[in-house]
Design a binder for this molecule. Structure first.
Ligand SMILES: [Zn+2]
Length: 533
């Protein structure tokens, strides 16, 4: 056959995603599909990327993002928030995590959902009745890389019963199951829950079992931000195991961590527990990001009842001095079943990441702000939330390195950034640095993982978990999503003060056979699509 390939990546060292040893090979793409050729093939191609001295790997699949709305907000204008993922080599993002997606909802709830999403995402990103509506909205916006979405349980609950602190009725639960079933049939990749967040936290185990059973019927996983990742992380893991057992759904634990002074070191117990379940035949996996700090909403530092009714109800409550005192007491004494981040760590570990009306607060801890104002930290946090309509992103310095390394090394742990791309502020650097950080720090510098193992955790392992056939692997016929990087130079540069700095050492990124990044710069191509497992 003499017809040239669309693209040839020649003389690279292929790390194919399966964890098999790297080998020299040429990799060609034609109509978006790969052909693996012997090294020095001399094959003809319309475009050639010289990968001498470089690694050629499947494009990274980010197992865990909150990028549900960022491309819609960006509108194809190619700002740095949207670019950050692909400059790392991420060719597929999995959003809809932690119980939060932009669908589904009953028609009569859509306006309220859209208004809440506008506050959380920092702009109008819409709210959609089902996965098809969400996918159509994204299809209308040029994308660099691919997007996959889970169905968020919190969104589903708010979309049927509203953001309220009460059990669901049997009829409401049936409606939730129907909406979930429809979106999964349309192509959503699984069910996610976020059991520290309102309104997901108001669900009992039985509600989650009923919904996870719907995912199980579609052969799709139950993905969960556990009800507690601190002092009661082991009980929270057992709840997730029970949901998986009773529903029949595969279990995926999101951003596994054991945080706060009572949680440090507990991965020495949670990981052997997961390994034991796997040895017993249970399908359970997790994802992890390579940082000792987390990032979430400031409102999640408050007891569940404070968030009952949504953001407007929260801010009304925060204006009431008596309600503030009850929150102060709840943080000091704890509430059964509630992960109390501040009680487990302290306001000195919570720094403001994004507060658009208070840029001078960004980068400072709540404790520092309180000391400067000679005020109580809870009052500082409450005043900030009121002024920001309930939406403030924080960074929580809550973990220890030993736990992060233990989870990274677990063979069933895949890499997920947990990136929260929102305009303004100083977001957690994980959105721009996760994948190069694993390859630079944990593979090259610390030797915690081999290059082949690390790439497997970023590609094939994730594709298998989320049902992405023909992705995350370099072999004949696979989708032509690729990253080419320098194993001696790849490193993250994003920091807590400069959180969107692109990494070094990423030479080329290819999506669907089209070069989207070359020598660290975007080419302007937009071949990305919404994928359905
Ligand atoms: Zn989460």
């Amino acid at each position: 056959m003499s017809r040239p390939f669309d693209l040839l990546i020649r003389d690279g060292l292929v790390v194919d995603g399966t964890a098999r040893p790297a080998r020299p090979a040429d990799v060609a793409s034609d109509a978006g599909r790969l052909t693996v050729l012997p090294p020095g093939s001399g094959a003809a191609a319309a475009r050639v990327v010289d990968a001498g001295g470089l690694v050629v790997a499947p494009g990274f699949i980010d197992a865990h993002t909150h990028s549900d709305g960022v491309a819609i907000l960006d509108g194809g204008r190619d700002r740095e928030l949207v670019r950050a993922a692909v400059l790392q080599g991420v060719t597929t993002e999995i959003c809809g995590n932690c119980g939060s997606s932009l669908f589904p909802a009953l028609p009569e709830r859509l306006d309220a959902m859209r208004a809440e999403a506008e506050i959380s995402f920092g702009g109008d990103v819409g709210a959609y009745p089902d996965f098809a509506g969400f996918a159509a909205a994204h299809a209308a916006v040029p994308r660099i890389n691919h997007l996959v979405s889970l169905v968020g349980h919190g969104t589903l609950r708010a979309g049927v019963v509203g953001p309220v602190d009460r059990p669901v009725s049997p009829a409401e639960l049936r409606t939730m199951c129907e909406l979930l079933d429809r979106s999964l049939a349309q192509g959503a990749a699984g069910l996610s829950s976020g059991l520290i967040y309102a309104p997901g936290t108001y669900a009992d185990t039985g509600e989650l079992v009923a919904l996870a059973a719907v995912a199980a019927r579609h052969g799709k996983p139950y993905v969960t931000h556990l009800r507690d990742e601190m002092s009661r992380v082991e009980e929270a893991l057992e709840e997730a195991v029970e949901i998986s057992r009773r529903s029949g759904a595969a279990l995926h634990v999101s951003h596994h961590k054991t945080a706060g002074r009572h949680g440090w070191g507990r991965t020495a117990r949670t990981l052997p527990r997961i390994a034991g379940l796997r040895a017993g035949g249970m399908d359970v996996t997790c994802d992890v990001y390579p940082y000792t700090a987390g990032s979430t909403a400031l409102a999640a530092m408050l007891p569940p009842w404070a968030n009952d009714g949504g953001l407007a109800a929260l801010t009304a409550r925060l204006r009431d001095p008596e309600a503030r005192d009850r929150m102060r007491l709840a943080i000091a004494e704890g509430v059964p079943g509630w992960e109390n981040t501040v009680g487990n760590g302290g306001w000195d570990r919570i720094s403001v990441a994004c507060a658009p009306r208070h840029p001078t607060a960004e980068g400072r801890t709540i404790a520092e702000l309180a000391a400067a104002a000679a005020a109580d930290p809870l009052d500082v946090a409450a005043d900030l939330l009121v002024a920001e309509r309930g939406e403030v992103t924080i960074i929580s310095h809550s973990m220890v390195e030993e736990d992060v390394r233990r989870v990274l090394a677990a063979p069933y742990a895949m890499i997920g950034s947990d990136g929260v791309p929102k305009p303004g502020g100083r977001p957690h650097p994980r959105w721009a640095g996760t994948f190069p950080r694993v390859l630079g720090r944990y593979v090259r510098e610390l030797g915690l993982l081999s290059l082949e193992e690390a790439v497997h955790k970023m590609t094939r392992l994730t594709a298998m978990r989320f049902g992405l056939a023909g992705r995350g692997v370099i072999r004949d016929g696979a989708h032509a999503d690729l990253v080419v990087f320098d194993p001696a130079a790849v490193a993250d540069r994003a920091t807590f003060t400069e959180p969107l700095l692109p990494p070094s050492g990423v030479a080329a990124v290819i999506v669907g056979g089209v070069v989207v990044v070359r020598d660290g710069e975007e080419t302007g191509a937009r071949p990305g699509t919404v994928l359905t497992p």
